[in-house]
Design a protein around this ligand. Structure first.
Ligand SMILES: Cc1cc2nc3c(=O)[nH]c(=O)nc-3n(C[C@H](O)[C@H](O)[C@H](O)COP(=O)(O)OP(=O)(O)OC[C@H]3O[C@@H](n4cnc5c(N)ncnc54)[C@H](O)[C@@H]3O)c2cc1C
Length: 291
């Protein structure tokens, strides 16, 4: 598909890691930030907007998405290092940025290597693992609003929490790029850290199946996976959706799951865990679209 072009009625299955969901009323693959601004400004690209990176934290319902879905991966892909700051556009994959940082003799990027999303998604979710989170390293971001205007914001403009980022002024804006700072390190050691993390993930996560990673947020002082496992739900299946036998916080698509199968399994898990443990799980994944 051509970049910077609006398409109608496009199946969204290939734009999310669960491989489910209906169609986008309109879909725009963004290849240039200024053309995106111009398109919104001239009302060629019309709201409501749904920004998608790699769709690795998304459940798109079977009824599809109204308005314009804006895809950033494959389009906004610039990456560079200037004055000790790593600049990455929102469509760059986290693993590509992690490797770029290590290659340039900086450390602590390994946590990003295991996140199968884009930098835009990581900024929106404050994605993290192994004790590090995206916003720990952010200096500035470039954002766009619903009118197509672009602004630079600093870390101070946001409240960042576990898998949550709130604009202090409650502005509806989307991330186009970021400038991040990492400590200096040794290339070989940084690359070794990445390899080690990827190996650990392969051993503990069902990476051969379509999944969106951790379905539920960890409750305070607890682990969603542990609670789900203790409730005997590992392997529980609804339609084509199954609670992974390898990692209880992962729901996998066995091949022919619908978004509705996955959502029913999510609701069932919340109900059962609440019944048995009195703890109410909250989803980490974002659910969008029409039933
Ligand atoms: C196997 C597996 C392992 C995972 N492990 C981890 C992990 O260790 N830690 C972790 O935190 N997550 C993990 N995830 C979840 C996911 O990869 C992260 O949340 C990631 O940051 C999502 O990025 P994305 O580009 O796929 O975002 P998407 O799924 O496309 O979008 C997620 C949300 O962010 C919004 N969004 C996307 N791009 C933008 C943008 N540019 N501006 C504003 N909003 C935007 C979307 O609208 C949506 O609400 C894992 C997922 C999988 C499948």
């Amino acid at each position: 598909m051509e970049k910077n072009t609006i398409y109608k009625d496009i199946a969204l299955k290939k734009y999310n890691s669960w491989k489910v969901g209906g169609i986008a009323e309109k879909l725009y693959i963004c290849g240039d930030k200024d053309l995106l601004s111009e398109g919104i400004n001239h009302k060629r690209i019309t709201p409501p907007f749904t920004f998608i990176g790699l769709g690795s934290n998304l459940l798109i319902r079977d009824g599809g998405v109204k308005g314009t879905v804006i895809i950033l991966h494959g389009g906004l892909s610039e990456i560079n290092l200037e004055n000790n700051l790593f600049y990455a556009e929102a469509g760059v994959s986290c693993s590509k940025l992690a490797k770029y940082i290590a290659r340039n003799h900086y450390k602590h990027s390994a946590f990003l290597a295991g996140i199968p999303g884009t930098i835009g998604g990581a900024l929106a979710m404050n994605a993290g693992c192994y004790g590090s989170e995206t916003w720990d390293f952010v200096e500035k971001v470039l954002v766009i609003n619903e009118k197509g205007e672009q602004f630079k914001r600093t870390k101070n403009d946001y409240i960042t929490q576990y898998r949550k980022v709130i604009n202090k002024k409650k502005l509806d804006e989307y991330f186009l790029a970021t400038w991040m700072q990492f400590p200096k390190g040794i290339k070989e050691e940084a690359e070794k850290d990445i390899k080690l993390l990827l190996k650990e993930r392969k051993e503990s996560q069902p990476l051969n199946w379509p999944t969106a990673g951790s379905t539920f947020r960890n409750p305070p002082n607890n682990f969603a996976a542990k609670l789900i496992e203790e409730c005997g739900l590992k392997g529980y299946t609804i339609g084509g959706a199954q609670i992974s036998k390898k990692h209880a916080n992962f729901i996998i698509n066995l091949g022919d799951a619908s978004a509705s199968d996955i959502e029913k399994l999510i609701d069932y898990t919340i109900k059962k865990v609440l019944e048995i443990t009195k703890i109410c799980l909250e989803t980490e994944i974002k659910i969008i679209g029409e039933y």
